[in-house]
Design a binder for this molecule. Structure first.
Ligand SMILES: [Zn+2]
Length: 367
């Protein structure tokens, strides 16, 4: 198992702290002894107990009044969780640089946290799941394995830092950590999900509405993955029901953005799955028509899911969509996993259900 290159990790993860990236200065605190190294590893600055501002500047990043230059610098402290940005505390070290703005000059701060994989998984668990729910322990363990697997799969695929938002996985700092989440991470340390010798893209979502989706059919993966082919979810009791009004202006803007013309004249499901999820949708406008994934419209119209049950066009051209479920529907369903845990299923059974034919394997850390 350890010989498979897909199961080898450096044991650390890079995550872009998106809320602090941009043109504005960011308040920084470093507790204990700290230093700043340049890209070659030479120490540029060192001290103890810094409190001040990181400021983007056309000539590079300023730490307080000191210019760090315009290459990537690494800030580290000797204490645990020694870095605080504005009101958030983090473990790990910060890689800081400036990126170019519209003028072409260095303009924006770019802040990437590098931290141990298991600390990252803990931050995702606390960002993605309520960890204080009674009976949630096994669901938390399942989510920890999923978060670890997805992070490594995505990092291997893109070679870039993950974002700390749900666009990748929501990651939060030390202030939000709970003991329940910590126990789940420790109990599953180094465990990942694999299929046929590869890490699987372990997608997850909030509420499948009764049946999970096939990752290829919703356009998430180019190939079919047996563990992501979709399963019935009897544990999804009373799925989330919702109704949203999509203003005519949103529909018109979607049509224009996608070259259909100034409005949508017809919207029709061309493929649905057995759970009723809209997989493919044919849109017609005055200039063109075209196929879209249900997922494109879920995100384009900002509705909770593509499990649409009733559509009503109003006199003003807006569209009312009523549906069920929450999220893209691929992989682990958090609502169903929580119910399964409360019924006494352990995390291995939960993972087996949502990712059939997958194997729980151990990661080899090559540090
Ligand atoms: Zn479900």
């Amino acid at each position: 198992m350890a010989s498979s290159p897909n199961f080898v990790s450096s044991g650390s993860i890079s995550v872009r702290l998106t809320e602090f990236c941009g043109p504005d200065p960011v308040e920084l605190e470093m507790r204990g002894s700290w230093n700043v190294k340049d890209a070659d590893g030479s120490i540029l600055l060192a001290g103890s107990n810094f409190r001040g501002w990181l400021t983007p500047d056309p000539t590079g990043v300023l730490l307080g009044a000191r210019l760090l230059g315009n290459k990537t610098c690494t800030l580290s402290t000797d204490g645990d969780a020694g870095i605080r940005l504005r009101d958030k505390t983090y473990r790990g070290e910060l890689q800081i640089k400036t990126t170019r703005g519209a003028s072409g000059l260095p303009h924006d701060l770019d802040i990437v946290l590098q931290l141990p994989l298991e600390d990252y998984v803990l931050g995702v668990l606390c960002g993605e799941m309520p960890s204080s729910t009674p009976g949630a322990e096994e669901a938390l363990r399942a989510q920890a394995v999923v978060a670890r697997t997805w992070a490594l799969w995505k990092t291997n695929l893109s070679g870039k830092p993950l974002r700390d938002t749900p666009a990748d996985q929501k990651f939060v700092g030390v202030d939000f950590e709970t003991q329940a989440a910590q126990r789940a991470v420790t109990a599953t340390e180094g465990l990942i999900l694999a299929h046929a010798g590869e890490l699987i893209p372990a997608f997850f979502h909030a509420d499948c509405g009764g049946e999970t989706a096939n990752s290829a059919a919703v356009g998430f993966t180019k190939r079919q993955w047996a563990p992501l082919s979709g399963v019935k979810d009897a544990n999804c009791i009373s799925p989330f029901k919702w109704s949203r009004t999509i203003p005519a202006s949103t529909l018109d803007s979607f049509a224009r953005t996608h070259g259909l013309g100034n409005w949508i004249s017809r919207l029709q499901a061309s493929a649905r799955d057995s759970g009723g999820r809209w997989l493919k949708i044919e849109l017609t406008g005055p200039s063109a028509r075209g196929p879209f994934f249900g997922e494109d419209l879920r995100t384009g119209f900002a509705v909770p899911s593509a499990l649409w049950q009733k559509l009503t066009v109003l006199a003003d051209g807006s569209l009312v969509i009523a549906g069920t479920g929450n999220g893209h529907g691929v992989g682990l369903c958090q609502k169903g996993a929580l119910n399964a845990a409360q019924k006494g299923h352990d995390y291995r059974e939960i993972l087996k259900h949502y990712y059939p034919e997958s194997l729980i394997s151990t990661l080899y850390i090559n540090s």
